[in-house]
Design a protein around this ligand. Structure first.
Ligand code: AMP
Length: 525
């Protein structure tokens, strides 16, 4: 007998069940509607991309890239992969012949498997792989007969083993790919790949979908989470673009009932002024290094801006004393920020300036922002975004300006629920209680008509006692039971029972449709 096993959703992932899924659809649909009124159009992107795309854009010193990505080699050459693993993991001593023999055997097996993969066309013979394979072949000869057991013999033996292991490491059997931790990099990749810079005006795109980060799961933080994002790419970095994007974002939050949000705003400069500020900050942080925790101490060297993100209570006083970027912006960045504030005032958008808002990802320049919402505890950021002029170029495209945001759907929906502003989920309108196999075809037919009129209808596929049907209709939350017996079918007069007050009425088909449709419009059923 097969072992009994309970499968569960993987840690950090979860199922979104009805009726909550209805809330999600409404939330995403509202985003589509609002964004389209601002002339944004949807882009559907792949869920995985080359690892290099994220490493290059997000930055290797960020938490996302250094420890949170789900990456794997995308090829069917498992044998090559584990033979290579064998070889790299082996420890060999020159004076233990059996180890030498095994190591050379492993190398030969890898070479054979490589040749087979090339022959079968599963692997292409790139110059880099070719070179690595040659190195392994040559060095294997030295390992096989290591020469005199002293002096240069041993060092050339050691060098040969190392050479084989290094060459094996360099072999590429296919792309290393990553489940996307965010989608801005993909949007930029698509922008370049499809030559979208030749399109008229700014390219305004939005996306909706899951992202993956191997974070420590907690309330409002998951390993598979969902984002709704929007990006504007093009030649212009006019502050009006930033302001309109923020207007659209806040309009969306207003439409979904998330009106008690706070918009935090900052400018983190550009390539002309930020490097100097980062150096200044680093120098100042070094002076107070011993007052900071281990994480911040490390970040002084790797990514000092991230120290400003710290939430540790004991670090706050020290950080507050640090130089502020707003005092070190170049004239162009200062002007951009000032204009942005005018544009926001024009739109009646209020915000809180926060000089410590630097965002975790490397690609941001100038405008950065975050929105927080109520009812979420420590994970209260529901949206983050900013400008990323230069990112497209960094990924091999033409000079391009860009700005965008990503809304965290999980947290936004959590907040909407906790503040009690979630709309009531869609309800079943009609339960067709049919009696007798003779009337079943009429039940199927009327259900089809009601459904074409957009009503939600349940027709049980198996007959039960009338009383049981009514009980079931009640449990399913139906508003009405449509009672179909032989009489009703013969006279074409249907009995509609209101399940809330048990009142009944007899209606012909047209009256029935008309009545239910007007009810639906009135009640939003
Ligand atoms: P980021 O892409 O890091 O700028 O995040 C943008 C928004 O996505 C955040 O403000 C969160 O609302 C949401 N988010 C980011 N990471 C997670 C996660 N692990 N779980 C749930 N939501 C997340």
């Amino acid at each position: 007998m097969a072992e009994k096993r309970e499968f569960r959703a993987i840690k950090g992932t979860r199922d979104i069940l009805p009726p909550e899924s209805g809330l999600w659809n409404w939330f995403e649909q509202t985003a589509r509607e609002v964004f389209e009124t601002y002339n944004f159009r949807e882009i559907r992107l792949p869920i995985f991309e080359q690892t290099e795309l994220f490493a290059r854009s997000i930055g290797t010193d960020t938490d996302v890239v250094s420890k949170e990505m789900y990456s794997f080699f995308d090829h069917g050459l498992a044998e090559l992969e584990w033979r290579r693993g064998d070889l790299i993991g082996a420890q060999v001593m020159h004076d233990i012949p059996i180890q030498r023999h095994d190591f050379v055997e492993s190398a030969t097996r890898l070479l054979d498997a490589f040749d087979r993969a090339i022959e079968s066309g599963e692997l292409s013979d790139t110059p880099e792989n070719h070179r690595a394979i040659q190195e392994i072949r040559l060095a294997s000869q030295i390992v096989k007969s290591p020469g005199p057991h002293a002096g240069p013999g041993i060092s050339s033996f050691k060098a040969a083993v190392l050479q084989i292991q290094t060459a094996a490491w360099k072999l590429r059997f296919g792309d290393q790919v990553t489940l996307r931790p965010e989608a801005t990099a993909s949007v930029c990749r698509a922008y370049i790949e499809h030559g979208m810079h030749t399109l008229a005006g700014n390219v305004k795109l939005y996306y909706i979908g899951p992202m993956f980060r191997r974070e420590r799961p907690q309330k409002g933080r998951y390993r598979q989470f969902y984002q709704i994002g929007a990006e504007v790419l093009g030649q212009s970095d006019a502050p009006g673009i930033d302001a309109e994007l923020l207007e659209m974002l806040l309009e969306f939050f207003r439409r979904v009932g998330l009106d008690e949000t706070t918009l935090y705003l900052n400018s983190i400069g550009d390539k002309n002024c930020r490097p100097q500020y980062v150096e200044l900050l680093r120098a100042e942080l070094r002076k107070v290094k011993d007052k900071l925790g281990a994480d911040s101490q490390r970040r002084i060297e790797t990514n000092p801006l991230r120290v400003l993100d710290s939430k540790l209570p004991e670090e706050q006083r020290v950080i507050e004393e640090m130089p502020r970027i707003s005092e070190h912006l170049c004239p162009e960045c200062r002007e951009h920020f000032a204009k942005l504030k005018e544009e926001l005032a024009l739109r009646g958008i209020s915000y809180v300036e926060n000089w410590r808002l630097v965002r975790g990802l490397d690609y941001y320049t100038r405008t950065t922002f975050e929105v927080t919402a109520k009812g979420l505890g420590s994970q209260d950021a529901v949206c983050g975004g900013g400008r990323y002029d230069g990112l497209v170029e960094l990924l091999g495209g033409p000079p391009t300006k860009g700005i965008g945001f990503a809304i965290g759907s999980d947290r936004s929906i959590l907040s909407i629920r906790e503040t009690g502003k979630a709309p009531t989920p869609g309800r079943l309108t009609v339960f067709v209680a049919w009696m007798g196999s003779k009337v079943y075809p009429a039940a199927v037919e009327i259900a089809k008509k009601l459904r074409s009129a957009g009503l939600s209808v349940e027709v049980p596929a198996e007959e039960r006692k009338f009383r049981k049907f009514l009980e079931l209709a009640d449990k399913l939350g139906a508003r009405y039971a449509l009672i179909l017996g032989e009489d009703e079918v013969a006279t074409r007069l249907f009995t509609l029972k209101n399940l809330a007050d048990a009142s009944q009425q007899k209606l012909n088909e047209n009256e029935l449709l008309e009545y239910l449709e007007s009810e639906r419009r009135g009640k939003g059923a």
